[in-house]
Design a protein around this ligand. Structure first.
Ligand code: SF4
Ligand code: SF4
Length: 153
């Protein structure tokens, strides 16, 4: 009899401890966001290391600074990068396999032209590895077009 009462007291105590922890977290400030209804502030994302992107040309923002030297390709431990030289120094293809990338930054450091940088893209999703093979020249073109001022009619 006494044992049953003691077990009930212990069970009740355990329940109260659990409820107090739940209550504490219920009223404390939230550390997560309700994506996609909310998104992370740009200020916080500024320090986020996302997939690589090509930086804009100094004179022509739509052009890459890449000179197809292959230093990044050689520096990459994950074999993520394929740079194919075009007619001039500029590349004709620039493919980045994000599925293999460990975001180590060796390519960014190795680049003598400052042509590579980490993006702050936090919402990139894919359903296959193939979708993570990114065409960085196409990405640069799309970013430039998106940010270009509207043409006067
Ligand atoms: S960050 Fe590292 S793993 Fe990713 S592409 Fe650059 S060198 Fe390769
Ligand atoms: S190291 Fe820089 S300039 Fe050379 S191929 Fe890579 S991105 Fe282009």
């Amino acid at each position: 009899m006494l044992k049953a009462i003691w077990d009930n007291i212990k069970g009740l105590y355990s329940l109260l401890v659990g409820l107090s922890i739940t209550g504490r977290y219920l009223v404390s400030p939230r550390k997560t966001i309700h994506y996609p209804r909310q998104v992370v502030d740009d200020e916080i994302l500024a320090s986020f290391r996302g997939p690589l992107e090509l930086t804009r040309g100094r004179k022509e923002p739509g052009q890459t600074r890449c000179i197809s030297c292959q230093m990044c390709v050689r520096a990459c431990p994950g074999h993520c990068l394929t740079v194919i030289k075009g007619d001039a120094k500029a590349p004709s293809r620039w493919i980045y396999d994000f599925s293999l990338c460990c975001l180590c930054g060796a390519c960014v450091e190795a680049c003598p032209a400052g042509a590579l940088a980490f993006s702050h893209k936090v919402y990139l999703v894919a359903t296959s590895r193939e979708e993570l093979k990114l065409d960085l020249l196409a990405d640069l073109k799309a970013r430039t077009e998106k940010e270009a001022p509207p043409k006067n009619e």
